[in-house]
Design a protein around this ligand. Structure first.
Ligand SMILES: Nc1ncnc2c1ncn2[C@@H]1O[C@H](COP(=O)(O)OP(=O)(O)OP(=O)(O)O)[C@@H](O)[C@H]1O
Ligand SMILES: [Mg+2]
Length: 219
């Protein structure tokens, strides 16, 4: 589903921040991505989401060479991937409902065709009573869950979540993790970047560990 062969990445003219990454993540897998701050976790997520191009090596997504996609093919493949960004990236002038519905709206869908799905998803993440709130009046944990709902509304085959429990207390972190486990059980491949070793230890999932841009553990 996701395959990296000898991938390297540098930002601009600096040193490589990721080096010689070779791994693959299969369908229906549940994978943690971990390593110290600055190790390259977010960078690796951006490579998978194709918002960065590798400076060397090959990335294959859904069996296709992702480094040489046409302008038409790129958005199509990206729609199969949901992303929860480390900093949420909700739009401040939209309500929770509107933020979550946005990916469908930009595809030109009518609200009547997705309204019930958005409401159901918001209830699933525990935001049934925050649908009409704007980000400015929501807590970090609420915004986090809105960002998760937005990533899921398009029914992605892969969910990438960058520190999705970074802004919530331990009980809510466990709840969010159970949500990801449930999602995975329904067939989505889930990749979670996290520092939180305690949290990882509570779940029996594979780990990719990155240290100073290199893969040090891959189980
Ligand atoms: N846009 C950028 N331009 C230049 N260097 C960058 C850029 N983004 C990240 N870096 C550098 O790349 C390295 C990896 O950063 P990255 O954000 O991927 O780390 P991370 O593992 O996600 O860290 P954290 O746990 O703090 O989120 C760091 O040395 C960082 O300074
Ligand atoms: Mg990061």
């Amino acid at each position: 589903m996701i395959r990296f062969d000898n991938v390297g990445l540098r930002y601009g003219v600096g040193a490589e921040v990721l080096r010689d990454l070779t791994f693959h993540i299969g369908p229906r897998s549940f994978q943690f991505l971990t390593g110290p701050s600055g190790a390259g976790k977010t960078t690796l997520m951006r490579l998978i989401f194709l918002s960065l191009k590798p400076t060397r090596g090959l990335i294959t997504l859904f069996g296709e060479d992702a480094t040489s996609l046409s302008k038409v093919a790129l958005p199509k493949i990206r729609r199969r991937i949901g992303v929860v960004f480390q900093d949420f990236r909700l739009l401040d002038h939209l309500t929770t409902f509107e933020n979550v519905a946005l990916p469908l709206r930009v595809l030109g869908k009518e609200e009547s065709s997705y309204r019930a799905d958005v409401v159901e998803l918001l209830r699933w993440v525990g935001l049934g009573d925050r649908m009409h709130a704007f980000p400015a009046v929501m807590s970090g944990g609420e915004k986090q869950r809105a960002a998760i709902a937005r990533a899921l509304i398009g029914k992605p085959e892969i969910l990438l979540a960058d520190e999705p429990t970074g802004n919530v207390d331990p009980p809510l972190a466990r709840r969010l993790m159970r949500l990801f486990v449930e999602l995975n059980r329904l067939g989505t491949s889930v990749v979670i970047a996290t520092h939180d070793i305690n949290l990882m230890n509570q779940f029996n999932a594979r780990r990719l560990v990155i240290e100073q841009g290199r893969l040090t553990i891959y189980d």
